[in-house]
Design a protein around this ligand. Sequence first.
Ligand code: ADP
Length: 374
Amino acid sequence: MWQGKKLGILGGGQLGTMLVRSAIDFGLQVFVLDKNPDAPCSRYTGNFVAGDLMDYETVMAFGRMVEVLTIEIEAVNVAALRDLASEGIIIAPDADLIGTIQDKWTQKQALLSAGIPVVPGISIADRKSLYALPDKLPGCLKLRTQGYDGNGVMMLHTPSDFDRAFDAPCVLEELVQIDRELAVIVCRNAQGDIVCYDPVQMVLDGERHLLDYQLCPASITAGQSDEARDIATRVAISMNLVGILAVEMFLTSEGKILVNELAPRPHNSGHHTIEACNTSQYEQLLRAALGLPLGDTAIIQPSVMVNILEPEPPGRKALENGLSEMLGQPGTHIHWYGKPAGRPGRKMGHITITGRTLVEVLEKATDIRSLVRN
Ligand code: ADP
C-alpha cells in the first residue's frame, strides 16, 4: 500500500516544492531535509528538517523517519543512502546511480561502457597538468564534482587560458560544435517499465550564455527525436534506474547526438511537464518510487518555458507588475519560488506558456522574454 506513506526528499529547493505538490495528490506524508532553514520547501511541510545533505549522520537520522526516500539535488551523502537501503528504506534513485553521477568522470565512464555516445574527454588531476596538453585545445573544462548551472564549466581556447583554469580534478572535453541543446526525461520503475518524454530544446542567449527559453517539442526531425529517446532509454536501463533521469544532449552540427550530462531527479528541462504533458515529471517520479504503473508522457500542448531571474535592484517592481500583466494572456502559468530577493541573476521562478501551436507559444513568449531580460 502506498497511501499515506512517509516520503522523504533530500533537498528543499523549488524542484522539491513541485514534488511536494504531487506528493499531496498521492496523500503522502512529506518530510524534507535541506541545509537552509528558509529553503522553499520549508513553508509546505511541517516535517522540514534543517541539516547538511552531505553529512552521514544527518542523512541517516532523516532517512530513518521515512519509508521512501528520493532526491531533488544530487549532492547528498551516498554512504548513508546505501546503509538506509540495507535497513529496508526504499531509495529511488539508488545510491550507486547517484554516486556514479556525482562525478562527471565516473559518469562519462559509465556511459561509455554502456555504449552510449558521449562528448569525448579526458580526466585532469589539477591545473598544472593542463600545461602539458596544449594539443587538447580548444576544449571545455568541467569540475568533476559540485558544478551546477554552468558554474564549474569553462571554455579553454589558448594555452594562456590555463592560468585561470580550475585547480581541481576536472574533465577536459572536446569543444563540440553544438547545433541544438536537447534534453529527454526518462522514467523507470522497479518492475522495469520505462517511459520517455519527448525531447525538449534549450535555446541559449548567445551573448550571456544563459537559457533564453525552452521549447517543447524540440524543433528536430522525427528521426532525431526517436534517436534521442532511444539513447535516454538505453541510459536508464544501463544504470538500472528507478525514478526519473534527465539526459542532457547535444545535437552536433554534423547531426550526431551526444550525451552531455545526467541528472537523476526532477530537472528544469521538465518544468513544462506540469502543464504541457499528461503526467508531470514529479508525479512520474512518485509513481516510479512507489512501484506504481507509470503515467502517459504525451504532450497535450506545445510549450515554451522561460526562467524568471532576479533583476538588477531597480527592476524588481517592473518585473512584478509585468508578470501580473502577463497572466492576462491565456495559457500563461506562473511558478514563483518564493525565495527572498537574492543576487541579480538568481532564478526566482519560471513561466510556462502553452498554446495550440509552437508558432503561437513562441509569439506569446516574446513579451515575457523581453520583460525577464530587462
Ligand atoms: P552545468 O551542469 O553546470 O549546466 P553543462 O555540462 O550542462 O554544465 O555545461 C553548461 C553549458 O556549456 C552547456 O549547456 C553547453 O552550452 C556548454 N558546453 C558544455 N560542454 C560543452 C562542450 N564539450 N563543448 C561545447 N560546449 C559545451
